[in-house]
Design a protein around this ligand. Structure first.
Ligand SMILES: NC(=O)c1ccc[n+]([C@@H]2O[C@H](COP(=O)([O-])OP(=O)(O)OC[C@H]3O[C@@H](n4cnc5c(N)ncnc54)[C@H](OP(=O)(O)O)[C@@H]3O)[C@@H](O)[C@H]2O)c1
Length: 181
C-alpha cells in the first residue's frame, strides 16, 4: 500500500483502431468498462487535461487540471497547473496514488514519468477524433497483469471483448525537482 502511493500510473481505454475519444467523450458506451475506470482511480489524485476535465460530470477532489490558461476557473477541489510535471509533483504531494487519466495530449506528455499504464484494449473499431499517441512504446513495457472480459455495450446490445492490460515501465524518467509547489 505504502509503495503503491509513490507510483505514477496512467489509465485509459483504446479501440482496435486507436480511437480514445469522439466529440469530447468516449466513442463507446460500455458501462462496466467505465465502472472499472472509476473503481481503479477511486481515492487517487488525478492529473487530467483541460478538455477531459471539462467533459466530466463529476471530478473528484485532488484533481490537477493541466492548462495553459492562467485564469481558468476551477471546480471545488480541483487545482489548475501549468505543466504535466507540476501536476504530477502536486499529485504526489497529496500522498495518494497518482493517476494520469488523459486525454491524448496528457498521455503523450506524461508517459515518460509513468510506472504503470492501465490500458483497456477494446477489440472493436470505433469512429474517433482523438487517438492514443503512437509514440508511447507500450510494446517495450512489461505486461504485469491482463484479463479479458466480454462486456455489453449500451445501445447496440452487442458484447464487446475488452482486454484489461497493465503495463510496467522499467525506468520511468525522474520528475524534475525544480518545480515550486
Ligand atoms: N478513452 C479514454 O480512456 C479517454 C480518457 C480521457 C479522455 N478521453 C477522450 O479524449 C478526448 C480529449 O483528449 P485531448 O487530447 O483532445 O484533450 P485533453 O488532453 O483532455 O486536454 C487538452 C488540453 O489540456 C491542456 N494541455 C495538454 N497538454 C498540455 C501541456 N503539456 N501543458 C499545458 N497544458 C496542456 C491544454 O489546455 P488549454 O487549451 O486550456 O491550454 C489542452 O488544450 C475526449 O474525447 C475525451 O473523452 C478518452
Amino acid at each position: 500500500m505504502g509503495k503503491d502511493k509513490t507510483l505514477i500510473s496512467a489509465i485509459g481505454a483504446v479501440s482496435s483502431n486507436g480511437a480514445i475519444g469522439l466529440n469530447g467523450w468516449l466513442p463507446w458506451d460500455i458501462p462496466e468498462e467505465l465502472a472499472y475506470f472509476e473503481s481503479t482511480v477511486a481515492g487517487a489524485a488525478l492529473v487530467v487535461g483541460r478538455l477531459t476535465y471539462e467533459s466530466m460530470d463529476v471530478v473528484p477532489a485532488d484533481s490537477f487540471v493541466v492548462t495553459r490558461q492562467s485564469d481558468l476557473a476551477m471546480r471545488p477541489g480541483c487545482t489548475r497547473v501549468a505543466t504535466v510535471e507540476e501536476g504530477l509533483q502536486r499529485a504526489l504531494a497529496t500522498g495518494k496514488p497518482v493517476f494520469v487519466i488523459g486525454g491524448a495530449s496528457l498521455y503523450a506528455a506524461a508517459w515518460p514519468y509513468c510506472d504503470r499504464f492501465y490500458l483497456t484494449r477494446i477489440e472493436q473499431s470505433y469512429v474517433g477524433d482523438s487517438f492514443f499517441p503512437a509514440e508511447i512504446p507500450l510494446d517495450d513495457w512489461v505486461v504485469v497483469d491482463q484479463s479479458i472480459r466480454c462486456l455489453p455495450e449500451r445501445g447496440s446490445g452487442r458484447e464487446v471483448v475488452c482486454r484489461f492490460m497493465q503495463y510496467a515501465q522499467a525506468s520511468p524518467r525522474p520528475l524534475p525537482d525544480t518545480i515550486c509547489i
